[in-house]
Each structure stands twice: as C-alpha cells, then as structure tokens.
Write a protein that binds this ligand. Sequence first.
Ligand code: G1P
Length: 259
Amino acid sequence: MTAHVAVIPAAGRGTRMRPATKVVPKALITVVDRPAVQYVVEEAVRAGATEVILVVDLDAGHLVHQHFLSNGRLPGLEHVKIRVVVQEEALGLGHAVWETAEQVRDRSFFCLLADNIVRPGADVLPQLAAAAKGDSAVCLRELTREFLSKYGVIVPGSDLVDGSLDIVGAVEKPGPVLAPSNLGLIGRYVFTPEIFEILGKLTPGHGGEIQLTDAINILASTGRCRGYVAEQDLLDVGTPQGLVMATWILGTSQFPELI
Ligand code: G1P
C-alpha cells in the first residue's frame, strides 16, 4: 500500500532555535539551499504523494503559503497539490493532525514531522507503507537511555521480523524508568483514516497537549498498528547542533567537492 496524500505538521514555534526563529518560522529555516520543510515535502512526493497538507501556525501561515504557492511552482513540485491548514491554537501534535481530517477524508495518509529530514538516499516511507500491510504503521529507531524522555516509545507486541513488528501500545516521552521498550517514534507514520476518530475523542496528555502518541496507543491496542525499525536515524533540524549536522550532511551530498 502507498498513500497519495501526506500530512506535514509544521506548526512548532522553534523555541530551541531562537533568535533565528524570532521572525522566520522554524519550517522556513534554510538548510543548504531550501527551507527545511521543502525537504520533507520532497520526501513525501518521492514516496508517491500527489497531495500535501502542511499544518502551520497563524504567524507562519502566509509565508509558508507564499513559498510553495506563489510566483510559479518549485521545480519537482509542479504537479503536487499543496494546501496549507492553519492551526490557530498550539494544542499539540495530535490536534494538528486532527485539523486535516476534512481534507484527508477517508484516505490513508503519510504523516511526516517537519523537524526531521531523511539522510540522502535513506528514505523510509516505502518500507513503512509495506510494513503497514493496509493498516497503520509507525517508523521506529532503537534509542539510547537519554532519548527515552524526548521521544514517544512503543510497547512491542511481537519479535522483529525483517525490520518490522506488531505494536500493542505507545507512551509519549516516558523517560528511562517507565519506558516500555527502547524503540522510539521518529516522526514518520502512515495512518488509516481511523486515526481521526480516535484523535477527536482524546483529552490532553503529556505536557497538557493532545498527543499523537496517545492516539497511536489506542490504535495499537486494537492490533491495527505495525512498527518498522529504520536502519538510519533522521536529521534533526529543530536544534542549532542538529541544523549544523544536517547542513553538512545534505550540503556535502549536494556538493561532494567540499569534502
Ligand atoms: C514529537 C512526538 C514524539 C516523537 C518526536 C519525534 O515530539 O510527540 O512522539 O517521538 O516528535 O521527533 P516533539 O519532538 O515534537 O516534542
């Protein structure tokens, strides 16, 4: 199964990137020669998405819209339908995804968090879609202890076979003591539209926000969610250190003569 629609929540305020994000929205911070969020849109398109829905906050709304939709289309994205949905209140990642329910309707969709960019040549969406086998699936990485309080962590329901497994639950940022495994959610998902119904009924969770991980927990408890363990990590462009690393890796891939 593949999905033809991709949801990209990109409404973060970028507090870890101040002062760069004082005026420029986090999603539009430049990495080499394009805004971070453009890499994520391009990744979705490589996986077969023909429609992309970007969820942005009120301040970023018109700028992101202008980047993708005015003054002629960007090369490679000419035939992609791009829409911008404004999340008016910062109620959490789960709420941001839920805001796209009307546009996605009854279709399965990819969900890609805009803070993370795949390494060149290391796409994960095709494998994720294959692991889903028509249900939902989440992309995972083995985390070291210090990351168990920074990522959502899943409850495994089976052994790993060919890089994928059944999952039976998920907890948002449990920390090392409460973590049910060392497998963390790294910001790439494929969901059946069933997720919207679950999101619509959630109450605030970790940090007082509507958490996507809580919806994954409910979905997983019904046996309709799989996990795919990626072979490489993603590049985190949400912190200054991560941005430097991403710039170097993506830059040297584009300009190998720099090495
Ligand atoms: C979000 C998700 C978390 C996931 C992480 C991946 O957290 O809530 O489950 O592990 O992205 O980057 P955030 O980084 O927005 O705090």
